[in-house]
Design a protein. Structure first.
Length: 291
């Protein structure tokens, strides 16, 4: 069986504009990837997805799984039938957590299918398939730091980033992205989605944190309105001395804090685990791509 890592996605900032006539919200976001995530495996088989791992129970029907949708979209783009494939999904990330888990799982599945079964399938076609799966699809295909614009499908290289040590925290309540966007629409608090001025490269994590302090996640307030536990996590992180900056990732569920180094991140993670044993807490590095 061939396997691939599906890293967690973190939005260091996420600016969201007013909806266009077709109902989509333009975005501008700096997306990075963590060295924690799910794992996807594939082999010739009976065409099913077998899910295991601590968050397997949070997934819905198999037919709704983004891995299944990715395979169907790949076959449609290929334009011919493929042999039946069996997938395994080791679900290590919380579901509906703002970490792009489903999109990253789909990206891993697409890379596996292409590399193992149809190596002549080029990158541009693979990116087109991934982009059709959702706003995070294109970025999550390769798991590299990027600036994402438009609906998330227009990608450009991120500034050079130093090693970033962080802590991810999730209170355990899934957060519905459609509900968060409805709350944003009701508030009318839309942001400017022009890419903000940024350097070619950041020297250290303190420069990253200072620059991010001038940016936003426009879904943060609506996410907290939809799921107050998100606000509790964010407030807890912002009270801790190791957190250089703390913010919600994506449409909520998970918050992150950037720290000075691995030792600071370890201390923060241990303290949060002691304060709230029921919360999901992970120390990680942010950047990517990761093996």
């Amino acid at each position: 069986m061939a396997e691939a890592f599906a890293p967690a996605k973190v939005n260091l900032f996420l600016h969201v504009g007013a909806p266009t006539p077709d109902g989509y919200h333009p975005i501008c976001s700096l997306m990075v990837f963590a060295d924690v995530g799910d794992r996807v495996g594939v082999r010739p088989g009976e065409g099913r997805v077998t899910v295991r791992g601590p968050f397997a129970g949070g997934l819905g029907r198999e037919s709704d799984n983004l891995v299944v949708r990715a395979v169907r979209a790949f076959v449609a783009e290929l334009g011919r039938p493929m042999e039946e494939l069996a997938f395994t999904l080791d679900k290590r990330l919380p579901v509906a957590s703002g970490l792009g888990g489903g999109s990253s799982d789909a990206g891993a599945a697409l890379r596996l299918i292409r590399d193992v079964f149809t190596p002549g399938f080029d990158d541009a076609r693979l990116e087109r398939v991934a982009a059709g799966l959702g706003a995070d699809g294109a970025a999550c295909l390769w798991g590299r730091p990027v600036i994402a614009e438009g609906r998330g499908e227009r990608l450009s290289p991120a500034p050079g980033l130093p090693e970033l040590h962080a802590v991810l925290v999730n209170a355990g309540a899934p957060v519905s992205t459609p509900e968060v966007y409805r709350a944003l629409d009701a508030s009318g608090a839309f942001g400017d989605v022009a890419p903000p001025p940024m350097p070619d490269a950041f020297e250290d994590v303190h420069e990253v944190a200072a620059w991010l302090a001038a940016q936003r996640n426009d879904l943060e307030a609506p996410a907290i309105a939809v799921a107050p536990d998100v606000g509790a996590v964010l407030a807890t992180l912002r009270d801790e001395p190791e957190a250089l900056i703390a913010r919600v990732s994506g449409s909520g569920g998970t918050c992150f804090a950037l720290c000075d180094d691995d030792i600071a991140a370890e201390g923060l993670a241990e303290r949060i685990e002691a304060l709230a044993p029921a919360w999901w807490v992970k120390r990680c590095r942010l950047g990517g791509p990761w093996d």
